[in-house]
Ligand binder design. Structure first.
Ligand code: BDP
Length: 674
């Protein structure tokens, strides 16, 4: 029980006959073999897989009925088969249902480097690239890629960007393309397309041209030729992902051009082959007074200037994957340009592979947020999936947490975040509770054999219900013990963004990479003033939201210190002072993790020993680290508030001096990033 099987644990299957229309393609073969390996229904049943056009079926959607699956594409048949098997395994009824994906493209972004390291990866090295790069593709590589593709397909993921957004120009060289082709060949029978992240200065760096100016004819010709070569090797290549003019990466602005000029250059190169360009809006420069405003300021003036095969990829929040951010104001504001949400599955700021944090509630919070940009109900989900604005393509991206670790994701429960990303990209209104329920049933499946003392029937009460509760509470707990009430970016960069560092500001560091820039703690209060009298970031939101956020009396507590700088004795909605409320949240986070430990310990009889011990051990570490977060936050801010820590909470276990000493240099950070 080493976790390698993910949510696809093998079960003894009953015999089943599969009848299919259409030619015997690789995708159809996958669908058939999955049914035969996994069938839990009546022995000797016949299942029909029927390819047919039907107005109610969109993209790779399907109609599932007791007779079988109907879809317009072979991938749709495969997704229908996975849904059928999921229902059988989780004991859901097999009623007739039509299921269409919310997004056309459901894509993992791997931040994998050509040398096999993974930026912000916490589960071992890359499954795609190796340091030794002899570029030999082994049987083991292929077996692993196949398992990876299968896991993706089982939750509807149909694309993978194979390399880091901080891209090496080498990715477009013959050796790397050859390996990308080998990967694409293994992923194809599961309907997973391959994409590559490219460096904007590749024409100069790889092609030896004098410039990478997007309007230069030689540059245009270079991208066309390179793209032709990519498609020669990978005919169904998905397209390019680009991080440009951001965090030191080159981009069109180096040549006095706009993001639209840059994106359109690549869009024209991939257009003949039906390819896409996913152009990231994660841009900010050190000299702006409020980093949160910059992406909007750069991109809104360009609305309508992008080709229709460009999708602007926008992180959920305006800053950077923090435990809690309001939604990015770009959602809904770009009305003539396709926009796709980017979520971070890898837990860079959410406890890495140590903390148990189920992220579905965080992503759902973003997707359900109402932007009001086209009237009430213009949620982030609807502004990105084509429901509100006409857009040719739609997509959702998730920064993957997968590596070579046996259990793929480092923490067994981090698998749930991979699973959740796929399920939400398929259905952007799916309830987190259902996702957790499915994942737990499939992944643990009463994995400890029933004994006389612990009959299998207790599984729901003894395991499923409490552990599901734990998962659903875990993200709020993480917010509470690390950055409650709208605090953000107060982690330390010393340990790669794990742990607290509200004090972290080594001399010479860019201000917008240091926590004091974000929390603004002083004798007169705490928080970043983004109101109309502050940075006015609030004006990037549509009314009535802008007005609501602008007023501390109506701004939700969750976002209070994101938008407001308030005195320590500010009266909260609860009647308590801001200082007391802050302390209570920190303490609540810690108490929650302690409760998670108890819940998990009580679940022991239902879990195999190996996964039980691993999770128990990680919860123990998380619990200690939550105390460190709480103590750091309170003791650091207390220097400014000069107020006592409320008597009803657990007193600090550390001193501020100890905490700062533990966070001392040497600073370890990847080049170019905080
Ligand atoms: C930040 C990460 C950095 C990434 C960057 C990005 O710390 O490693 O390169 O995001 O998304 O969160 O480009």
């Amino acid at each position: 029980e080493n976790g390698h099987q993910l949510w696809l644990r093998p079960h003894p299957a009953a015999p089943v006959t599969v009848v299919s229309s259409g030619k015997n393609s690789a995708l159809l073969a996958t669908a058939k073999s999955e049914l035969q390996q996994g069938w839990q229904g009546r022995a000797g049943a016949t299942v029909k897989l029927t390819l047919k056009k039907d107005k109610s079926i969109k993209y790779d959607g399907f109609r599932l009925s007791p007779q079988g699956v109907e879809a317009a594409t072979e991938a749709g048949l495969l997704y229908g088969v996975y849904e059928l098997l999921r229902r059988q395994q989780t004991g859901q009824p097999l009623t007739e249902v039509i299921s269409n994906p919310s997004y056309e493209h459901r894509v993992l972004n791997h931040w994998d480097n050509p040398d096999g390291s993974v930026e912000r990866g916490y589960a071992g090295k890359s499954i795609f690239w190796r340091q030794d790069s002899s570029f030999v593709v082994t049987g083991r590589d292929k077996a692993l890629w196949q398992q990876y593709a299968r896991a993706n397909a089982s939750v509807g993921i149909n694309g993978a960007v194979l390399n880091n957004v901080n891209a090496s120009p080498m990715i477009l060289s013959a050796d790397y393309l050859g390996r990308a082709k080998a990967i694409a060949d293994v992923l194809r029978p599961y309907g997973v397309k391959v994409y590559l992240a490219v460096k904007f200065s590749s024409p100069a760096l790889l092609g030896g041209l004098k410039t990478s100016d997007p309007l230069d004819p030689a540059v245009i010709a270079w991208w066309k030729a390179r793209t032709r070569e990519v498609y020669r090797q990978i005919p169904d290549f998905g397209g390019f992902l680009v991080k440009a003019s951001s965090e030191g990466q080159p981009g069109p602005q180096d040549f006095g051009r706009t993001h639209a000029d840059g994106a359109n250059l690549l869009a024209d190169a991939v257009r003949p082959y039906g390819g896409l360009v996913m152009w990231r809006a994660f841009v900010y420069s050190p000299n702006d007074k409020d980093r949160a405003k910059q992406a909007y300021n750069e991109f809104v003036p360009l609305d309508g200037k992008f080709r229709d095969n460009v999708i602007i990829q926008v992180k959920n929040g305006p800053i950077d994957f923090q435990p809690r951010e309001p939604f990015s104001p770009l959602f809904g504001a770009l009305k003539k340009t396709a926009v796709m949400p980017e979520f971070q599955i890898t837990q860079e700021y959410l406890g890495q592979a140590i903390d148990l944090v189920f992220l579905a509630p965080m992503w759902a919070e973003c997707l359900r947020s109402d932007t009001y940009q086209a009237g009430p109900g213009s949620t982030v989900a609807r502004c990105t999936d084509g429901s509100v604005y006409p857009q040719k393509h739609s997509a959702m991206a998730g920064v993957s947490n997968v590596g070579l670790d046996t259990n793929w994701t480092g923490h067994d429960f981090a698998q749930a975040n991979w699973y959740a990303f796929g399920r939400l990209a398929w259905n952007n209104t799916l309830a987190s509770e259902q996702i957790a329920d499915e994942w737990l049933r499939l992944t643990f499946d009463n994995s400890a054999p029933p004994t006389a003392n612990q009959p299998a029937a207790d599984f729901n009460a003894g395991f499923l219900t409490p552990v599901k509760q734990l998962m659903l509470a875990s993200r709020e707990a993480a917010v509470d013990y690390s950055m409650p009430l709208g605090l953000h970016h107060i982690m330390s960069a010393t340990h790669g963004h794990y742990g607290p560092g509200p004090w972290w500001a080594p001399p010479g560091t860019r201000a917008d990479w240091t926590p004091p820039y974000y929390h603004q703690a002083a004798a007169n209060g705490v928080g970043f003033d983004r109101t109309s009298t502050g940075s006015n970031a609030v004006s990037q939101y549509h009314e009535p939201l802008a007005g609501q956020l602008n007023n501390p009396a109506t701004c939700p507590d969750e976002y209070l210190l994101w938008f407001h700088h308030l005195p320590w004795d500010f009266k909260m909605k609860s009647g308590r002072t801001l200082w007391d409320e802050l302390a209570l949240h920190y303490d609540h986070g810690v108490q929650q993790v302690r409760q998670f430990q108890r819940t998990w310990d009580a679940a022991r009889p239902y879990v195999d020993a190996e996964r039980f011990a691993l999770v128990q051990n990680k919860l123990r570490t998380q619990s200690g680290n939550a105390v460190i977060w709480k103590d750091a936050g309170l003791l650091y801010f207390q220097q400014f508030s000069h107020l006592p820590i409320p008597a009803e909470i657990e007193p600090p276990m550390h001193t501020l001096e100890q905490l700062i000493a533990n966070d001392a240099p040497p600073l370890r950070r990847p080049a170019g990033q905080p």
